[in-house]
Write a protein that binds this ligand. Sequence first.
Ligand SMILES: [Zn+2]
Length: 644
Amino acid sequence: MQEAIYELGEIILNETSGFTPYIKPLKIINKNGKTLNVMKINFDTINKKISFDTIEEMNQKTAEKYLFFGRYGGPNKLQFYSSSANMSNHLHQTFTGLLEQLEESYLKDTVKKVLEDFYFDTQLKDNRYRYILKIEKLDPNLGKTEDIIKDIKENKDKIKEIEKKVKEFLKNNYNLSLNDFGLYTVYIDGKSVHEYDEYRELVKKVLKINTSEQKKSQKESSNPLQECTFCGIKGQLNYSLKEFSIKYYTTNLKIFASNFQDYEKTLILCPECEKKIIVGQKYLANNLNTYLAQMQLFILPNFLFEKPTDLEDLENFSDNIKESFSLVKSYKNIENARTTLKEIENYYSEKRFFFNMDIIFYKPSNQATKIIKIIKDIDPNIFLLIQNSLEKANNQNSILSNNGYRVSLESLLYLIPVKKVNNTPTNYKYIVNLYEKIFKLVKIDLKELIKNYIKLLGAIQRNRKEYFGSQENASLQSTLIQQIKFYLFLRNLNLIRKEDFMNVKDLNLKNEFKEYLSTMNYDEQKTALFLLGYLMGEIGKQESTRTEDRRKPILNKLSYKGADLSKIRKLSLTIFNKLRQEKILRYNESIYSEFRRLFDKNEENWNLNDYENEFYILSGYAYSNMYKKDEPELENEEGGIENV
Ligand SMILES: [Zn+2]
């Protein structure tokens, strides 16, 4: 993985010099679709006044134009970048940071003057809070910073109070709020700080050398000569990955042990190679990041022969690979995805790009990135395979394709119990493992999947909302249909072990039933349960015409914790009696007797487990609600008219 990141860095650094690879993208549109503006804060050292320029709208180039690099260092590090994504850095850190970082120069003298004139010296030891902007220099009516912060104990609260004053000023003078801005940048006497050569030199120093200089000198005595892992150069080298943004630890113990623990210790880098890795990581984070099932991930390509030669080439490649991913992720795109995926495949072969990919699921935490799972060496052809299998699953049978519920890779989040906390999955292990099997084409454990299916259906039925799939808008029927389609998708991908099936010709049922059962490839036991579930669905339809909220009490006959054979025997008697009570037995007698025949025949050698029993019953229930037929439909419609 490290090599692949190094290669990305190499491609970028071959082509560009200067700041481009380090620039961090900015949000340029807010939640409501409004384009954000740049706030330029000018310190006029002659008239001793601060002024705001709020006119400029942001665009794709803004981050580069104003040299936006994100934060400098870890969470407690004193900030000094002249462009920041928030206002507050400029209220108490930027100039203090600049004074600390800059070499003796004209700019440094000017910065000193700005601090004296425009910042109140709190005398605090913590240099992040030593100087706080004198709000009176913006507008005397806002009060004096010295008075405002006098009685506030917490440093952070002092800054909040000053920020409130800025908001007040913006509201009164421009009718704007801080939410209207995406970038804040400082000027001195009309010249932006990022245009000063001294500033640019400083940033170059900080970004390129980072802290390896210091480390070198610390290690000098104990480690006389090291060899760079990548280029073989010998010298006093840095072998710590501490400054990197991606931390190489993971909750997956196997990966941790086999790939990273030792690797991290033995990885030794010369400054040039370290730079490539840092640039590669930034590129990965900015250009090859996406998400699946509310989890963030990187797609890291490993080139085998040819690789992109310049930045433009690399960007085209990155766009294509991300496009492939997003096409199979979302059901909206799935039907039209094939043409685009073929085009992308042609693009790869024209360019002679042979590669495989690592998909790296991660969690952002503080300033670092915590890796939760790496799926290694994925063949890019998988996208087309997934697309084919999904499209087929969505249309496998006329009854399945006639309903609107489509599935895609993303659907899985809503089909198994994944706990939702702050909109992110907390128990992600099972879902991430399933994704790994899909991307790597490894057989799945169907019994385990079905157990998870049932668990989620139980939560929906009991109104327990802790899962992504059991929120307000979830319904048993739509979830079931999608679960069935996802099961078909996995079968189309050949991830389910061969199962028994039966010859549907022998069934004494209507053709539509036979067609559907042959699509599902059910054996006699599954078919028996399916028929029982179908009858449950028919009873439910009758019940729902009488209950006010269209409830179906028959569904409470299942426990959603699995049902053994004795429970199914009992259930079958209940269902027979209900069919009679609801006066629909005459329409369903042949179906009931097919159930009876298959069940009695197989009872001795039953091999489905309790969860499977309930699932195949529910699959019949779902079918009953998808299937439109003539006779009882008429009765239903009469009932329906009364309700209208
Ligand atoms: Zn090297």
